[in-house]
Structure formats: structure tokens, C-alpha cells
Design a protein around this ligand. Structure first.
Ligand code: SF4
Length: 316
């Protein structure tokens, strides 16, 4: 079966081996973040909707999970904000009822947590990973370029409400952009917000792949450590850079066309190095190069060199 709403499993820095579920069209989001690895937002909105028939999403999940794959998480993420999908609650409940051994994570920007329906739909998930990068509207707008009607304090208040209702884990991401949200007053504001939200973990994240805007630079490990010290709270950690242990002897299994489709799905959603693709698909690098050439025959693939190597991606 060819999957259109599932992708991966990907090797996620924060979640390990993670099967992705993408419930929104590329690239529909409430934000247009300067660091977004999926590129600029094409539909920016806070209107929720059912973007794909839920029966198709459930059929893909039944098919994929029938093989009992080993996964650390099934994760709602992809090429936009997953809580824009009004189907998310139903898909989470389906997974919890039918496949209770899998842990469910939701990667969200947290912008719709002011809505009681969104908070209620996420309650059965195991881990929620929202983002908060500034409590000041000027900085918040500079980083996230949100749809009209979203403010920084709305995010804090929504997450504070959610914490009171939710018994699972909240891993709060702070996306660090040197020179933008690293001043002392920014960190003081973030510390106060963290104390209101009471997340189980705070993860300092920074650019790992090419972002939407070229001026965005990653923070060094030393800078992240400095911020961790200045925040002075327990449970704050820097997200480790990606590390792979690739099995040199991995070989192609399954249909070639399936492998091509899997690689295409990965690089359509975010830029990936050969190692990223290999870790997600277990394909050897030489086969991936052949697959990239095959994809290139019918679609445009762009390359961008960054510190971690050459990233391949399909511009939409
Ligand atoms: S980083 Fe996430 S929240 Fe920001 S624009 Fe991209 S998909 Fe949306």
C-alpha cells in the first residue's frame, strides 16, 4: 500500500524512531516560522477542518501497524500544524483503542491551545511537545510570523490551562535563535512562563536543517548550555545533535517502487541528508543515491550544503 498520510519512520532527535502522521496539506499552518524546515507557509490560517477523509488515514494506519513495527512513538507532525485538523482527536482515540501498546506524541506549535476542543482532543496522547520561543509579542511575531489573532500570552495561557487538565507528559520546546530570543529579558520572560506551564521537560532546540530564512543561524552547544544555566530551572536540557549508527550491511528489501515512494515522501516533507534518509529507511547510501536520481527524473530535487552535510529536498 502506498501511504499518503503516513511517513517514515523517521529518526527524530527528540522522539527516537517515530512514525509520522500528517493530517494537514503541505504547508498549512498557523505560523510561518523563520526556521521552518518545510519552507514558507502557503496557507496561514487558524481555521480548523477535516483536510483528508479520516477513513483513508485509519486504513493506512491499520495496514502499516498490521506488521507490528517497532516504534518509539507514533507522532502527529509533518508539514504544518496538526491541531488544525479536526480529525486529530478521532485518530488519537482510534490508536489508543486499537493499538494501546504504541505511545502517541503530538508535535504542535501550541497556538490553538486556547480552544477547549483542541485541548480536550489531545488528552489521550502520551506526550505533547509544544513550542514557546518568546513571551514578547514583537519577538514572537519576528520568529513565528503568526496568523492574525494569535499572541504570545495566548500561547502561555492555553498551555497553562492544558497543564491543569492533562495527566500526560508535556515536553516544552524553546527554539533558540541567537541574537533574537537570547537576551536576558527574553530568558526572564521564558522562565516565568515555564513556571506557569509546569512542563515535565524543557528542551532547548536550535536549527538542525535548512530553515525558511537564510539569516537564521543555529546556536552552538556552548550557547545552549549558557541559556540552560541562565534559566536556572530543573528539567531543562539541550536537544542533542543527531547521531546515527548506520548498519554498513543494510540491504534493500521490499519493492523498489515502495522504496522510491518512501524516500520521496521524506524529502517532500523536510530536507534530509543521506544519513537521515538511511536511518529512516534502513537503505544503504548507494541505493538512496540511485533513488534520488530516479525521483529527479520526474520532480525537482534541490540540494543545500549545511554543517551536517548536503540536504536534499523537494520544493513545492
Ligand atoms: S516550524 Fe512548525 S509551526 Fe513553524 S511554520 Fe513550520 S510547521 Fe508551522
Amino acid at each position: 500500500m502506498q501511504y499518503s498520510r503516513l511517513f517514515g519512520p523517521v529518526h527524530s532527535r527528540r522522539l527516537g524512531r517515530s512514525l509520522g502522521i500528517d493530517l494537514v496539506p503541505f504547508k498549512t499552518c498557523t505560523y510561518n516560522c523563520v526556521y521552518c524546515e518545510c519552507g514558507p507557509t502557503t496557507v496561514e490560517s487558524i481555521e480548523r477542518g477535516e483536510f483528508f477523509p479520516i477513513r483513508e488515514v485509519l486504513a493506512e494506519l491499520r495496514d502499516y501497524l498490521s506488521g507490528s513495527p517497532e516504534l518509539d512513538f507514533i507522532t502527529f507532525s509533518g508539514s504544518g500544524e496538526p491541531t488544525l485538523s479536526s480529525s486529530i482527536g478521532e485518530v488519537i482515540r482510534f490508536l489508543k483503542d486499537s493499538y494501546p501498546s504504541y505511545r502517541i506524541a503530538v508535535l504542535t506549535n501550541g497556538s490553538l491551545f486556547w480552544r477547549p476542543d483542541v485541548r480536550g482532543e489531545l488528552l489521550p496522547a502520551d506526550v505533547i511537545l509544544p513550542t514557546l520561543s518568546s513571551v514578547f509579542d514583537d519577538t514572537f511575531r519576528q520568529i513565528h510570523r503568526p496568523a492574525p489573532g494569535i499572541s504570545a500570552m495566548q500561547i502561555v495561557e492555553g498551555l497553562e490551562c492544558f497543564r491543569k487538565e492533562y495527566t500526560g507528559q508535556i515536553w516544552l520546546e524553546i527554539f533558540v535563535i541567537p541574537g533574537i530570543n537570547t537576551r536576558p529579558e527574553e530568558l526572564d520572560g521564558l522562565r516565568a512562563a515555564i513556571e506557569r506551564i509546569h512542563p515535565d521537560r524543557v528542551q532547548l532546540n536550535t536549527l538542525d536543517r535548512p530553515g525558511s530564512e537564510d539569516w537564521v543561524q543555529p546556536a552552538s552547544p556552548e550557547e545552549l548550555e549558557r541559556i540552560r544555566g541562565l534559566l536556572g530551572l530543573t528539567g531543562v536540557e539541550a536537544v542533542e545533535p543527531v547521531r546515527y549508527e548506520l548498519s554498513a550491511g543494510s540491504t534493500m528489501t521490499g519493492e523498489w517502487s515502495d522504496a522510491v515512494a518512501r524516500v520521496h515522501e521524506l524529502i517532500r516533507r523536510r530536507p534530509c541528508t543521506l544519513d537521515d534518509i538511511s536511518a529512516s529507511t534502513d537503505l544503504p547510501r548507494r541505493e538512496i543515491l540511485k533513488i534520488l536520481r530516479e525521483i529527479q527524473a520526474g520532480s525537482i530535487i534541490e540540494e543545500k550544503r549545511e554543517e551536517r552535510g548536503i540536504f536534499y529536498f523537494c520544493p513545492e
